[in-house]
Design a protein around this ligand. Structure first.
Ligand code: DDH
Length: 267
């Protein structure tokens, strides 16, 4: 039986890393948890965090996962220290602990994922299941409805972009969404509504900037205020942090459970 409390403590202790981005690896760990889970398809039950298949091609080579090899490598010492814990459990738990440590809500999380060391081809999800930042509401709905989410879940989950930043050497995009990229908050929604977002003039992919030029939004972020149904929820979360935290907590917990098959009871 793994010592989950000790593991959580160790994850928490490794988040602060002065030389990394804004001083914390929390955001990239949240992204690892999300990308390992967000490949799920409810049609055939493939994808998801069970198996930790992101270590294997073609998932490992999906452009959407660029940079996440660093996050996976940073968690390897904990895999060595807690050999009974699967990487699927480790990656998803690290996301939950990171959100909470950065001031966000705790999400429900359960262990029991089993790593696949030599997966059959059909057990590794194909490329293209994660959302494309250059696209709008129809694409975002296609991707998240495939996982079993609704419009409200989509907006809640997108609030994770209060954290972290884009890197030109990973996605091609550049910059943070908020001035507090290591603090989980509803700032992303406030900025979406309140700032004037204009196309950034540069050689890179289409992205938007605030008047200071320091903050950014992806086309897929702005889709949340260009689409009237999404926009109502953005406005609600911008006004009501507690409701956002509650909805994020359950949607993120649901995301991390997608496709997880357990032979025994949950705990
Ligand atoms: Fe995201 N995200 N994301 N995102 N995401 C990026 C970074 C981070 C999209 C595109 C990008 C979610 C949804 C979407 C985080 C969490 C979540 C980057 C930049 C791109 C591009 C990567 C890089 O250059 O390093 C798109 C498109 C969507 C969409 O839904 C349409 C969701 C649902 C989550 C979540 O966690 C629930 C986090 C955190 C980051 C910051 C990573 C970092 O290294 O910092």
């Amino acid at each position: 039986m793994a010592d989950w409390f000790a593991l959580e403590r160790d994850i928490r202790a490794m988040l602060k890393q002065p030389e990394w981005d804004d001083g914390s690896i929390g955001p990239v760990l949240v992204r690892l948890a999300w990308h390992s889970s967000g490949t799920y398809s409810k049609k055939d039950g493939t994808g998801g965090s069970d198996g930790a298949t992101m270590r294997h091609a073609p998932e490992s080579t999906d452009g959407a996962n660029a940079g996440l090899e660093k996050a996976r490598a940073m968690l390897e010492p904990l895999k060595k220290k807690y050999p009974a814990v699967s990487r699927g459990d480790l990656w998803t738990l690290a996301g939950v602990v990171a959100v909470e440590a950065m001031g966000g809500p705790r999400s429900p999380w359960y262990p029991g994922r089993t790593d696949k060391e030599k997966p059959k081809a059909a057990e590794v999800p194909p490329n293209g299941r994660l959302p494309d930042a250059s696209q709008g509401a129809p694409h975002i709905r296609d991707v998240f409805y495939r996982m079993g989410f609704n419009d409200r879940d989509i907006v809640a989950l997108s609030g994770a972009h209060s954290l972290g930043r884009c890197h030109t050497d990973r996605s091609g995009y550049s910059g943070p969404w908020t001035n507090t990229p290591t603090r989980f908050s509803n700032q992303y929604f406030k900025l979406l509504i309140k700032e004037k977002w204009t196309k950034k003039k540069w050689d890179g992919p289409e992205q938007y900037e605030d008047p200071s030029g320091e903050l950014m939004m992806l086309p897929s972020d702005l889709a949340l205020i260009w689409d009237p149904k999404f926009k109502v929820v953005v406005e609600e979360y911008a006004e009501d942090k507690d409701t956002f935290f509650k909805d994020f907590s359950s949607a993120f917990g649901k995301l991390l459970e997608l496709g997880v098959r357990r032979s025994s009871a949950k705990l």
